[in-house]
Design a protein around this ligand. Structure first.
Ligand SMILES: [Zn+2]
Length: 174
């Protein structure tokens, strides 16, 4: 279900005429509440080792369980994209990043527990700082290294990840 359709009651006055939709802001005609609902922001990292291989993670949980992803996740309020990327990468694979460089942003749809969220995924390239040992969270089944220019993009969990790797490939071939 879309996020709009899950919100039919006004969170302020509780009446059921809350006008949520693709327009902004969502409004309540009874009490006048106005509510802005925008894309949830996430950050993802294309992390490369010293041989230029791309780090991918096999997803242990839904959504897209069993597919390949890259470290990353939703940003907290007040957090920079770079700090959120460091936090999520540390949580998921236990690595500290260096040389974080913006690659591009791509919209995505993220299904979680029956609700579809609109997201904006910000992607960065990065290197591994130091020689820390990897430590996988329970969200990650395994880590797999791939040639970023040739591995099968159909393995990736989300369209935004596919577009990020495509952008990386375009940049490399220019
Ligand atoms: Zn209301």
């Amino acid at each position: 279900m879309s996020l709009q359709r899950t919100f039919t009651f006004c969170p302020s006055c509780g009446r059921n005429r809350f006008q949520s939709g693709s327009f902004k802001p969502w409004r309540c005609p009874d009490c006048g509440l106005e509510f802005f609902q925008n894309s949830a922001t996430a950050a993802g990292a294309l992390i490369f080792d010293e041989r230029g291989r791309l780090l991918t993670i096999r997803r242990a949980k839904e959504p897209a369980k069993g597919k390949l992803g890259v470290p990353g996740g939703f940003l907290d309020a007040g957090e920079t994209a770079e700090a959120g990327l460091q936090r999520e990468t540390m949580e998921e694979v236990g690595l500290l990043l260096s040389d974080i460089c913006y690659l591009g942003s791509f919209p995505n749809k993220y299904d979680y527990k029956g609700i579809t969220y609109d997201t904006l995924d910000l992607f960065f390239t990065a290197q591994i700082a130091g020689s820390a040992a990897m430590k996988l969270s329970d969200e990650v089944t395994s880590v797999e290294w791939h040639d970023p220019m040739s591995f099968d993009l159909a393995e990736l969990a989300f369209p935004s990840m596919v577009r990020a790797v495509e952008r990386y490939r375009q940049n490399r071939s220019m």
